[in-house]
Design a protein around this ligand. Structure first.
Ligand code: A2P
Length: 273
């Protein structure tokens, strides 16, 4: 048994750690806006995952903790586990999670899973990673994984948020990737970050779906419209965003893939309430 499972530290202790769950320690917390924050936890030595997967997390604050699916934002080689979360005032998990501090305990179920993984896509020239809000989390993992650059020549990460301040996590992340000793050289000139905002003035405004329909996304990037011959897609956001973006990709001729049947695009809901 992992020795960390036996002891729970921090404010939220008082309940036993359920069987088969890792109890990990918060190592850093960074708040971006009143709606978004990032936190990192220790990584159990036996925990393996593929970049882009999600895992169930909870807090040791009840006899039956509430668990929610969270995309792992750190890459599979990282020594810690990173998450990027929304804060919902009455959210069963996030109303407590948003108050965590360094040293507190996070419960993490042992089995990661998910379809936003390189294995579920056929190789291609260019991969689009379409995200809204915290939907950037699995892509934060994938753009830090050398395997992504082995599989695709160009990586285009898009993020659309209501307000410009909500783009800060992604901007800091991309800047770090470019300087990273492991992936920086691979990413330079090949990773592109396309941001838009929908509820205030910004250099680029509009939903990613509208920017695709108008062709502005492609003209801004200086690339031809999406085709199944060269392009691949990954989508992560709210249910409505997934539905609309998926329909557009299908309109371009892309076909949804899965772990056991790789194809030209994949979709994942990553939304906590
Ligand atoms: P909008 O401001 O026009 O609703 P949320 O925080 O609600 O998840 O939204 C995050 C971002 O996703 C917002 O910029 C929002 O735009 C956008 N969005 C919401 N629904 C869709 C959709 N169906 N397709 C594309 N983008 C969407």
């Amino acid at each position: 048994m992992d020795e960390r499972v036996a002891t729970v530290q921090g404010e939220a202790s008082g309940f036993p750690v359920p069987q088969g769950v890792f109890a990990e320690t918060v190592t850093s917390v960074q708040h971006y806006t009143d709606r978004l924050f990032k936190f990192r936890i220790t990584r159990p030595a036996s925990f393996r995952f593929r970049s882009g997967e999600f895992v169930m997390i909870g807090l040791p604050n009840a006899a039956k903790p509430v668990y929610r699916a969270y995309s792992i934002a750190s890459p599979s080689w990282d020594e810690e586990i990173e998450f990027f979360s929304i804060k919902v005032e009455d959210g069963p998990l996030t109303e407590h999670l948003q108050r965590i501090e360094v040293g507190d305990t996070i419960l993490m179920r042992r089995k990661p899973t998910g379809t936003l993984v390189n294995d579920a896509l056929l190789p291609g020239k260019r991969v689009y990673m379409f995200s809204t809000g915290t939907g950037i989390a699995p892509f934060a993992s994938l753009i830090r994984d050398p395997e992504t650059y082995e599989k695709f020549d160009e990586v285009i990460l898009t993020q659309t948020c209501r307000e410009a301040a909500e783009l800060t996590y992604g901007k800091e992340l991309v800047a770090q990737v470019m300087d990273d000793p492991l992936v920086g050289e691979l990413a330079q000139g090949r990773l592109r970050h396309y941001c838009s905002v929908t509820r205030e003035a910004y250099a680029c405004t509009g939903r990613i779906t509208d920017l695709m329909v108008s062709g502005q996304l492609f003209s801004d990037l200086g690339v031809p419209p999406i085709t199944p011959e060269t392009d691949r897609g990954m989508i992560c956001g709210s249910m409505a965003m997934l539905r609309d973006t998926k329909a557009l990709l299908e309109g371009f001729g892309l076909v949804e893939g899965a772990n056991n049947k790789p194809a030209t695009f994949v979709v994942e809901r990553a939304f906590v309430d």
